[in-house]
Write a protein that binds this ligand. Structure first.
Ligand code: AHR
Length: 317
């Protein structure tokens, strides 16, 4: 309870500051939008926050930004705060998939459209305006297809999973499995959740290298680049050569993973585009203009390899 009050106090401090910082441009919509962000667990996440803040400023949107510190409870409190504030719309990047029906209904009853961004929810589709996101299953399939061809379909795989209960972790796992199941000699031998955090990736990989026979590990499949970078450190500390002794494939395409590629430490990454804010704000504009909005606005992303790493790194920094 105490935590709840502190949280709201922080929120009410953040809101006016956000107004001052972000309302700089008078070219666009003048909307007031509440944004509940997952947290700061990865470089991808902070880049995504930067994009949404910049895009809001460009459109003269007053953005009430609240970082949920990876807690669904905080996100529900944030949405309630946005409703009390009477915002025009809410953008929610949900930590986990389930448990959203009641709060989305509260927003709907207050006539506030909600856009789900990045991760998915299991809630009834009628409770939100649209979802702007990548196809996480497809990301898993792309990673597995690359690994299958790189190993001729013969590989014992360590999987570093993202946040338990998040659609990003669940669907990446499902998509990856769909493909490796086509190859009788490909299997996930160990799978552990690392919450998308770099330090967890290192710690988990260190433990795995102590308990498993490293010579039998062919590859690491990491649900994000940060955990892969942590795993690279652990592999190096164990005296092995990441990217060679143990292949590595991950998701996000953050600058640091391209640096690791340039050093020969990792093999492939699937891009998760950070630039989803424009699509989310366009959908809200369409809603207020009475136009129809599709239930899923899909953000594309491709596979990247060391041959273009230097170029990609330069583009993204
Ligand atoms: O939901 C997307 C995932 O969340 C990203 O892949 C990961 O880096 C982030 O924490």
């Amino acid at each position: 309870m105490q935590r709840f009050f502190i949280f709201i106090a922080i929120a009410s401090i953040v809101a006016p500051v956000s107004t001052l910082l972000y309302a700089q441009d008078d070219t666009a919509s003048n909307l007031r939008i509440g944004f509940s962000q997952v947290g700061t667990e990865s470089d991808w996440r902070t880049a995504f926050t930067d994009h949404i803040v910049t895009e809001a400023a460009r459109r003269n949107i007053e953005l009430l930004f609240i970082d949920a510190e990876n807690s669904q409870e905080n996100q529900i409190a944030a949405i309630r705060y946005f409703i009390q504030e009477g915002v025009d719309a809410i953008v929610l990047a949900p930590v986990i998939e389930t448990g959203w029906n009641a709060i989305l209904l509260e927003a709907q009853q207050a006539n506030i459209p909600v856009v789900i961004i990045d991760r998915n929810v299991t809630a009834d589709e009628s409770l939100y305006l649209t979802r702007v996101s990548s196809d996480f299953k497809h990301e898993g399939r792309l990673a597995a297809a690359w690994l299958a061809q790189a190993t001729a379909g013969d590989c014992n795989i360590v999987e570093l999973e993202g946040t338990v209960g998040s659609s990003a972790a669940r669907d990446r796992h499902i998509g990856f499995l769909e493909v490796i199941q086509l190859f009788p000699e490909m299997r996930i031998t160990v799978s552990q959740p690392g919450d998308f955090r770099r330090d967890n990736g290192e710690q988990i990989m260190e433990g795995i290298l102590n308990t498993e026979n490293p010579a039998e590990i062919c590859a690491v499949w990491s649900h994000n680049d940060d955990m892969a970078i942590g795993a690279i450190e652990a592999i190096k500390k164990a005296g092995l050569d990441p990217g060679d002794d143990i292949l590595i494939v991950s998701v996000d395409a953050i600058p640091d993973i391209f640096l690791a590629m340039m050093n020969g430490d990792t093999n492939a990454t699937v891009e998760l585009n950070t630039n989803m804010a424009g699509l989310a704000f366009d959908a809200i504009d369409s809603y207020f203009n009475g136009e129809s909005v599709p239930k899923w606005i899909r953000v594309p992303g491709g596979l990247y390899f060391p041959d273009t790493a230097a170029e990609e790194y330069a583009k993204r920094t």
